[in-house]
Design a protein around this ligand. Sequence first.
Ligand SMILES: NC(=O)c1ccc[n+]([C@@H]2O[C@H](COP(=O)([O-])OP(=O)(O)OC[C@H]3O[C@@H](n4cnc5c(N)ncnc54)[C@H](OP(=O)(O)O)[C@@H]3O)[C@@H](O)[C@H]2O)c1
Length: 329
Amino acid sequence: MRMRKIGTTDIEASVVALGAWAIGGGPWWGESDDHRSIEAIHAAMDAGVNLIDTAPVYGWGRSEEVVGRAIRGRRDQVVLATKCGLWWHDQRGSLFFELEGRSVRRYLRPEAIRQEVEDSLRRLGTDYIDLYQTHWQSPEPDKDPIADTMACLLKLKEEGKIRAIGASNVDVAQIKEYQAKGVLDAIQPRYSMLDRTIEAELLPYCLEERISTLVYSPLEQGLLTGAITMDQTFSAGEYRNNIPWFAQANRRKVLAMLEGWRPLTEKYRCSLAQLVIAWTVAQPGVTFALCGARKPEHSRLNAVGGTLTLDAEDIMTMRRDAEALGEPQ
Ligand SMILES: NC(=O)c1ccc[n+]([C@@H]2O[C@H](COP(=O)([O-])OP(=O)(O)OC[C@H]3O[C@@H](n4cnc5c(N)ncnc54)[C@H](OP(=O)(O)O)[C@@H]3O)[C@@H](O)[C@H]2O)c1
């Protein structure tokens, strides 16, 4: 497994990270089995993955609790990343979405972060978090000042409750606001071969500033693994129904592209998921690929993607093929 440092810290993490969103289950992903999820976490760790990403909102604490159970007795073998700022405990903050009768708000005031960090530490069964990230930035007009948020995060770092600071779903202007107060170690943006928006500005900026990137949904929620067929459907409310690439006409084009990569999977003796993961972590500015998995067979196989090195011409071919798809209709 290839390892990289988080920002300018000395925290070494695996290029393939385990994303624990689906482990939280619920309407976004359909039901999850905690026992299988724990096996998936163990399989990833046994295959060299040490970076695990979760968040309180993934199953209202369930994902963090399952991760906490899985790492009991093995805390020193993992780099734990979790988040704050999606708040459903009272009416404070800006309404973001409603789910299962709860109103989830974007809220990044220090007093809320203080409560969130203690809740996460308890659920994860640890006394420190390696990378603590603001999940979604609070919007105008009730925008929580990033300077106040960052001051709180820096204080938590001083107290030893967190080791590194990250921000998810940020643009360059917001990153600069964090940097005006202190060192931002990592960001967490969306990125896959089918959604390369951040290549224009965000990735070059982070490369220049030595800010790590943990890119999310690199497998396009399973579509890029080749395991999702034309006739597969998802229940109402499942997140994948919102992704344009899952619509029939778009999905057909993606599956045809994947089919065309058979010579590459044969050349590298790997699966499509492994090929796509290796491509993702080879992109300039991409530090870690956050691959979601809740089945041991998936997490074990995905880890291998972090050991492969693709030839430059193959990386170019895959990029050309993905670009040729254009935008989803
Ligand atoms: N900061 C944010 O706002 C944000 C947003 C989204 C995601 N994230 C983070 O990024 C992580 C990854 O993103 P993601 O979960 O959206 O998507 P993803 O990694 O692109 O896809 C994950 C899903 O793909 C399927 N899959 C994974 N490996 C597979 C394999 N080898 N073969 C077949 N299918 C496979 C699994 O679906 P099944 O389990 O259904 O089989 C899995 O849950 C999340 O878990 C979370 O930690 C963060």
